[in-house]
Design a protein around this ligand. Structure first.
Ligand code: IMP
Ligand code: MG
Length: 177
């Protein structure tokens, strides 16, 4: 069913079941690679809160979680400047850090995150993202774990918002054209 958030209309795009399968698959892949490491999952707020929660329920080995807050979006277009609003104070020296993103679009945020964690002496730095827009991606940074590749269209739901609204939707909707 079509929904309206602020001034825009959205149509159903990806079901809760598909999302859960994609997250379970990513968790299994990370676990296969790092079960012996006690990784620190770093969720990127606000959007990633739902992904992180479900990811961790699927991840059965020892792990820790922390959050970081960046902001680059205003409305439905990415701005070039990425701001860090909440940082990480934990010592990450020698740790395996897996950044968990809701979506990678232009790649500005992951680039910023990579720079940020480079100076923290981490052992492994990996990026996991539930959604990825290959057509919008402008960086060379490898994304290590990708849930679902989507076309270059604005989506909401499952943590993702349009100007604050839509994060609570358990499935994902696409902007109607
Ligand atoms: P990037 O820095 O351009 O890769 O954008 C990353 C951030 O922009 C994501 O973590 C989201 O918060 C936001 N974003 C990108 N695409 C969408 C979208 O389609 N819907 C809602 N938010 C988005
Ligand atoms: Mg985000």
């Amino acid at each position: 069913m079509e929904i309206k958030l602020h001034d825009k209309h959205f149509v159903p795009f990806i079901s809760a079941q598909e999302i859960d399968f994609a997250i379970a698959t990513m968790a299994a892949q990370v676990e296969a690679d790092f079960a012996d490491e006690t990784p620190v999952f770093v969720g990127v707020l606000n959007g990633a809160f739902m992904v992180v929660s479900d990811f961790m329920k699927h991840y059965k080995s020892p792990c820790e979680v922390s959050f970081i807050k960046m902001a680059s979006y205003e409305g439905t277009a990415s701005t070039n400047e990425v701001k860090q609003l909440i940082g990480i104070n934990q010592d990450l020296t020698g740790r395996t850090v897996i950044v968990i993103e809701d979506i990678v679009d232009t790649g500005n945020t992951v680039e910023e995150l990579k720079i940020l964690f480079k100076n923290k002496g981490v052992k492994h730095f990996k990026i996991a993202t539930l959604f990825f827009k290959p057509e919008a991606y402008k960086k060379d940074i490898k994304l290590d774990y990708i849930g679902i590749r989507i076309p270059n269209k604005f989506i909401v739901g499952f943590g993702l918002d349009y100007d604050g609204l839509g994060r609570n939707l358990p499935e994902v909707y696409q902007l109607k054209d």
